[in-house]
Structures are given as C-alpha cells and as structure tokens.
Design a protein around this ligand. Structure first.
Ligand code: PMP
Length: 350
C-alpha cells in the first residue's frame, strides 16, 4: 500500500485550520472572521449574478476585479494577481519563488508557511522571537534569505512599521520580501502597497476574508512588480485556469466599490478590540498590543489548552496551538459576543 504514495506526500504535515463546528451554537472567536456581514450591495450583487450564466466558466483573468484593485492602488492591472483565498496566492508564491531555496519567517507566525515549505521543498529559516512573542528585529535584520512577514503578525497581532520593512527591502534589492497583510485594515498604518512601484522585490499579499467579510467566498490577491505577478500567473495557469468563480469576482468588485461600509465595520472591530484588551488586562491577563482583529492573551496560571477547554465548555470557541503553551488567540466578535467572553474570563480569573 505504501508504494501507492509519492515520497513527497510521505513528508507532508497538513495545515490544521480553526474548527468549524456545528454540534451546537458557539460564539465563534477562533478563525478571525469579521463579525459583521458583507455590505447589502455585495449580497444583492451575488443574488443578481446567481442566475443562468453560472453554466458558463468565469473570466479566467478576473479582469474587472484586477482593474478595481489596480485603481485602488494607482498601479497597472499587470501588477495585480487574484486567487482563491490568499492561501492560494501564498502557495503559488512558494512554488514560484521559494521552491528548492531557503525562506525565512519569524518563529511564531502564520502556521501555513512551514506547511508550504514542505510541500514545495523550501528550507525554512526561523529567526528567534523575543521571550514575550514580539518579533526580534535584530534576528530578522541579520537574515539574508527571502523573507515572509505577516504584518500585523499572526497569531500575535504585532505590527512592524512600514519604515522598518522598507529598510529591509533597501538592504538587498535582489532578495524578495513577501508581506502578508491579511489583517492590515485593522492597523493604524497603511498597506505597503504604496511601495510596490519603488521596490521590485516587494510582494504584498492581501485578502477579502477578514476586513471585507468574505471568508466564505475565498478571494485573495497580491500586488507587486509585473515580473513577480507574471510568475504567479505562470504557476496559476499550470494549476487552475479559473480560481475565482463568478460570484467571488462580483462580490469582490462590489465590496471595493463600497469602501465606506467596510471602514465603518472595521472601525467598530478596532474599537471593540481596544475595549476588550483593556478589560482583559484589568482582569490580570497579559494581552499583547494588537493591531489586528484578534488578541493574543495569556491567562496567568493556566496553560493554553485548559483555557481553550474552559471557553469551549461555555460555548465560546477560541484558538490554541500546542506549540504555544501559554497564550491563546481570541478573534474580535460583536460587542455582545465579547461581553460573553469577558464574563467567562471573569469566572476563570476569579
Ligand atoms: N495570512 C494570514 C496571516 C492568515 O491568518 C490567513 C487566514 N488564515 C491567511 C493568510 C489566509 O486567508 P485567506 O486564505 O482566507 O485569504
């Protein structure tokens, strides 16, 4: 039986996504989804498109979406790449840029990066973190390999300044730096997108899953120099010609044309985050400063798996990793979701 499988498969360790449980109603604070719905206009556009034309393949290049994204950042369409979630962009980036090479990322970051390393035979270099899970800039700065930075970082929520990232880009213009900005719309700092014309070695990866409330639609994108984008397209066209279906394309276009609504809901998420961080801090928890839509929290005296179980027993799902024994990650929900979380936290910390 073992002979049926490739040597590569035998080496793989798949990514474990956050649970999507249906056994009872949970307050779901485990996968950083936006607690607010997509805008009404997006929902109407989806209903409008969900008709007879679904029998036809979608535009393989998602041209309308490319144009709207390009316009948002004042760049050309050939500097934009779209994909089925930003995980797919990341996978294609590993294939196009890191396969067979070394690639660096901080030791505690998005846990899909090491999975892609194995899938694409990239060798991971993981500069150490500081004892408090902040990024050790000295260790990162020393590193000479192509680099991936989730900014804000996940699961810690830490934001590095764009100036610092530019300083890394400046150091070696032949070294690719991929900045994964899944959570940047919750930060008090603009995207690195404005630097893609200046730095040909910068690839910015973004998603509609979080700040555009479209995790269920699976839409991600990258922006960068046209040579980088052409490379991603080469991989994409060896893999799947139609990564974005018709409904995904129209929902992303409509979402970008309704920016005001998204600014409004994301400001609400940020305000709730700051309030809850203060409340948890008052209860005696250690909360890392977060510029994202989640908090990285230590409930002193308890290990992370005990905390996870205590919240789950109360119907609240949060995220825990065995390799992080002391902290858990809590996504920001509605104010009422977070009031329930605080009530349970009070019981735990009594
Ligand atoms: N990057 C980071 C840092 C993430 O946390 C996530 C969400 N799990 C992703 C990328 C992928 O998001 P999506 O595929 O939904 O666009």
């Amino acid at each position: 039986m073992n002979n049926l499988f490739s040597d590569r498969l035998k080496k793989l360790t798949p990514y474990t996504p956050g649970e999507q449980l249906n056994d009872k109603r949970y307050i779901k604070l485990n996968t950083n989804e936006n607690p607010y719905p997509p805008s009404d206009k997006v929902l109407e556009a989806i209903k409008d498109k969900a008709g007879e034309t679904l029998r036809l393949y979608p535009d393989p290049e998602s041209k309308e979406l490319l144009s709207v994204i390009a316009k948002k950042y004042s760049i050309d369409n050939d500097m934009v790449f779209v994909s089925n979630g930003s995980d797919e962009t990341l996978a294609f980036a590993f294939n196009a840029f890191f396969s067979g090479k070394k690639v660096a990322f901080p030791r505690i970051t998005y846990s899909f990066y090491p999975v892609y390393c194995k899938l694409y035979d990239a060798k991971e270099e993981t500069p150490e973190m500081n004892y408090d899970y902040t990024i050790n800039k000295e260790a990162v700065s020393k590193c000479k390999y192509p680099l991936i930075i989730a900014n804000p970082n996940a699961p810690t929520g830490e934001l590095l300044s764009n100036e610092y990232i530019c300083s890394l880009l400046e150091k070696d213009k032949e070294r690719l730096i991929l900045v994964d900005e899944a959570y940047i719309d919750f930060a008090n700092q603009p995207s690195m997108a404005e630097y893609v014309k200046k730095y040909k070695n910068l690839l910015v990866v973004r998603t509609f899953s979080k700040s555009y409330s479209l995790a269920g639609m699976r839409i991600g994108y990258a922006i960068g120099d046209k040579a980088l984008i052409a490379a991603l397209n080469t991989v994409k066209n060896c893999f799947n010609s139609y990564p974005l279906d018709r409904l995904a394309q129209i929902s992303a276009v409509t979402a970008l044309n309704n920016q005001e609504y998204y600014d409004m809901i994301n400001n609400k998420v940020k305000a709730t985050r700051d309030r809850v961080a203060k409340q948890l801090d008052k209860l005696g928890c250690t909360v890392l400063p977060s510029q994202s839509n989640f908090l990285f929290v230590k409930f002193g005296g308890y290990d992370s798996s005990t905390i996870y179980t205590k919240f789950k027993d109360e119907g609240i799902l949060i995220r825990q990793w065995n390799y992080i024994p002391d902290y858990v990650r809590i996504s920001i929900g509605t104010d009422s979701d977070m009031d329930s979380l605080i009530n349970t936290a009070k019981e735990i910390m009594k």
